[in-house]
Design a binder for this molecule. Structure first.
Ligand SMILES: N[C@@H](CCC(=O)N[C@@H](CS)C(=O)NCC(=O)O)C(=O)O
Ligand code: FES
Length: 152
């Protein structure tokens, strides 16, 4: 699948996957209730960002960078929901276990985990983020080059 191919091509993700394989007895603490709540949260909007602070006042440079990239792509506010993990310690810990990802920010698109800040920046630079947002109908598809030429 495209997204898993993207992820496995990114060093940070590969390193994380390797660490997972080396720690098979990793403890699971997430209650069923917490899991159900997080399942609801990741599907609360087409784009969901678990971050530190708010889009208007990010409390960490990594979360700020994630917001800036999504903003750059024109993700409309009505298609994005953010959760401030600094307001909810249970969510801060729970989302890490749910996603099997150790840090914040964490981005979900179409209910599926995408990655953190490094992944997001890598996908922005490669063009994969635009493709992902377009294919989930979050931003309009860029017009094909031919269409641009014919309309000018
Ligand atoms: N390399 C990470 C940077 C994010 C990061 O390192 N986050 C740290 C500091 S904000 C974190 O979430 N630590 C655990 C915590 O604060 O709960 C990424 O790609 O997202
Ligand atoms: S809060 Fe210190 S690096 Fe994110």
């Amino acid at each position: 699948m495209l997204r898993s191919a993207i992820r496995s091509s990114i060093p940070a993700f590969r390193a994380h996957q390797a660490a997972r394989l080396l720690t098979p007895t990793f403890a699971r603490f997430l209650s069923q209730q917490a899991r159900t709540q997080i399942e609801g949260a990741v599907k609360a909007s087409p784009v969901v960002l678990f971050m530190k602070g708010t889009p208007a006042m990010p409390q960490c440079g990594f979360s700020r960078a994630a917001i800036q990239v999504l903003d750059l792509h024109g993700v409309p506010p009505e298609k994005m929901k953010t959760f401030d993990v600094l307001e909810d310690q249970e969510l801060r810990n729970g989302i890490k276990e749910f996603s099997d990802w150790p840090t914040i920010p964490q981005l979900y698109v179409g209910g599926e985990f995408v990655g953190g800040c490094d992944i997001l920046l890598g996908m922005h630079q490669s063009g994969e983020l635009a493709t992902l947002l377009e294919s989930n109908d979050i931003i309009p598809k860029a017009p094909a080059e031919a269409e641009v030429v014919s309309s000018t």
